[in-house]
Each structure stands twice: as structure tokens, then as C-alpha cells.
Design a protein around this ligand. Structure first.
Ligand code: T3D
Length: 261
């Protein structure tokens, strides 16, 4: 029996998704894309899941596209089609998922693997991890949202350097530049990641989903549009049970028990 390329474990309202092709540094082949899409189908449908944790098996997070699938030497092969069919839907689904997605970058994250991590809501990385915009080494353009995320996260000068030089960016520097949330010692990574995911899974899930929507929209909105959006989203948030629970718990000086609705 062939080993699964994606492991999905659901426990205590957290779905942990592990990229699992360690001998290929978790590079994406067609089967891994398909299995990840299935895992996301399951997560989207199961409202009891209130946080997602994405990580990689073995010494890498993900080395991007499996290049052994690109050995055909056929100049008519259309990479635009593979982006449209595989990578773009993946990035859109993560960004639109109304549950917090935490990424634990356990090792090197290269090419689409780096940008998959950056598409997640909170990125935690092992101190030994590196981020590589490896595309330029192959004559390609950063994809999977890289040209969108990089300048917004680190500014145009650093984005251009990362994209054109393709040098490994160490996790500590990624944290210092604001590319990721935090870098932690390697042996602490998964404990910290599980603790954050467990915390997120007890929080007001709908409110967190609305925060995600507001922050994503701010990249394209002017202040007036964003103020209007905040008004609309706050109206929605104010109608949730969790908001009522949050206020009641504050006034009663107790810990809130959020239900995610
Ligand atoms: O194609 C499309 O659909 C368009 C979309 C493109 C999206 C992309 O992601 S393009 C970018 C593709 N990725 C890369 O260019 C990264 C390639 N990998 C590397 O540069 C290096 O492997 C790393 C810097 C990530 C790690 O280096 P290192 O020295 O730690 O490991 P290694 O020895 O290079 O790799 C270990 C094994 O994994 C090795 O196999 P072996 O020799 O033990 O049998 C290596 O070939 C394999 N591997 C690593 N990355 C890939 C890979 N095999 C297939 N595809 C990979 N991307």
C-alpha cells in the first residue's frame, strides 16, 4: 500500500494537516495536491473544527513543486494551467477559510512551499528553518501568492531581493523582517504550535474569521472603504453568541466559554 502524502488528524477542535513526503522534502506532486484538497474539503464541512495547524514531516516543511514531474522537456507544457488548477485554488482556500490557519514551518520552505506557509494566518518557524523564493533559480516567477504577500509583508526592496536572489532567509531574519509571526527553538516548535492552535480553537471562531476577512480586504481598500467594511463586519460580529458570552464573562469576572458561533 502506498503511504498517504497528507496526514489529517482531528482532535480537540484542531485539524492538524501534515505534508508527508519526507524523502522528497514534502514537495508537491499531483497526489499530494489531491489529498490536501480532500483534507480541506473535510475541514471546510466540519464546523466543529475551529483551528487548523499545517506542518511538514521530516526535516523540511515543503520544497514546492516536485520537479521530477517537470522533466518532460516539452516546451508546450503550460505551467499557467497547473497554477490555475492546483496552486491558486489551494492558496484561495486557505485565505478564505473562516477558521484560523497556523503554519508550523519545521524546516526549509522553498518555492511554492514558502508561499504556502506565508498564505497561512499565523506563521511560526523553527529557528533552523529557512524561506527560499527558489523560483528565480529555475527562471520562474514567485507564485502561490508570493508576489502579493512578499511586498506587503516585507516591503518592495526586500521582496525584490528575496525574489531575484533566491537566497535562503533564516527564520530569525524572517521574524525580524516581519515575514512571519515568530521563530522558536527547534525542539519547542511543535509544543508551541499545538498550544497556539489549542488556544485558537477555544476562541470566538466567527470573530476570528471576520478579522481575517477585514485584514485581507485592507490591502485593496482605501480608509473609507475599510471603515465601511469594519462597520459591516462589526455588525455581524455583534450578533454572535460569542460576543454576548465575551461581554457577560467580562462583567461577571469569569473566563469566557466561547462556542464558535
Ligand atoms: O511546476 C509548476 O506547476 C509551477 C509551479 C511551481 C511552484 C514551485 O514551487 S517552483 C520551485 C520548486 N522548488 C525548488 O526549486 C526547490 C528545489 N529544492 C531545493 O532547492 C533544495 O532541495 C532545498 C534548498 C529545498 C533543500 O536542499 P537540501 O540540500 O537540504 O536537500 P536536497 O539534497 O537538495 O534534497 C533532498 C532530496 O529531496 C533530494 O533527493 P535525493 O537526492 O535524496 O534523492 C532532492 O532531489 C529532493 N528534492 C528536494 N526538492 C525537491 C526534490 N525533489 C523533487 N522536487 C523538489 N522540489
Amino acid at each position: 500500500m502506498t503511504e498517504p502524502s497528507i496526514l489529517l488528524e482531528i482532535a480537540d477542535r484542531v485539524a492538524t494537516v501534515t505534508l508527508h513526503r519526507p524523502d522528497r522534502l514534502n514537495a508537491f506532486d499531483e497526489a499530494m495536491h489531491a489529498q490536501l484538497a480532500q483534507a480541506l474539503d473535510r475541514i471546510e464541512l466540519d464546523r466543529a473544527i475551529r483551528a487548523v495547524l499545517l506542518t511538514g514531516a521530516g526535516r523540511a516543511f515543503c520544497a514546492g513543486q516536485d520537479l521530477s514531474e517537470r522533466q518532460m522537456g516539452d516546451a508546450t507544457f503550460d505551467l499557467g494551467v497547473t497554477l490555475e488548477r492546483l496552486y491558486n485554488p489551494l492558496i484561495r482556500r486557505i485565505q478564505r477559510l473562516e477558521r484560523p490557519v497556523l503554519c508550523a514551518v519545521n524546516g526549509v520552505a522553498a518555492g511554492a512551499g514558502a508561499n504556502l506557509a506565508l498564505a497561512c494566518d499565523i506563521v511560526l518557524a523553527a529557528r533552523s528553518a529557512t524561506f527560499i523564493q527558489a523560483f528565480c533559480r529555475l527562471g520562474l516567477v514567485p507564485d502561490s501568492g508570493g508576489t502579493f504577500m512578499l511586498p506587503r509583508l516585507v516591503g518592495p526592496a526586500r521582496a525584490m531581493g528575496l525574489a531575484m536572489l533566491g537566497e535562503p532567509l533564516p527564520a530569525e531574519q524572517a521574524e525580524a523582517w516581519g515575514l512571519i509571526w515568530r521563530c522558536v527553538d527547534d525542539d519547542r516548535l511543535m509544543d508551541e504550535a499545538h498550544a497556539i492552535a489549542a488556544h485558537l480553537a477555544t476562541q470566538p471562531t466567527r470573530g476570528l474569521g471576520l478579522i481575517k476577512r477585514a485584514l485581507h480586504a485592507s490591502a485593496d481598500n482605501d480608509l473609507d472603504e475599510q471603515l465601511d467594511l469594519e462597520r459591516d463586519l462589526q455588525r455581524e460580529a455583534g450578533r454572535t453568541e460569542d460576543y454576548r458570552e465575551g461581554v457577560a464573562a467580562f462583567l461577571e469576572k469569569r473566563k469566557p466559554a466561547f462556542k464558535g458561533r
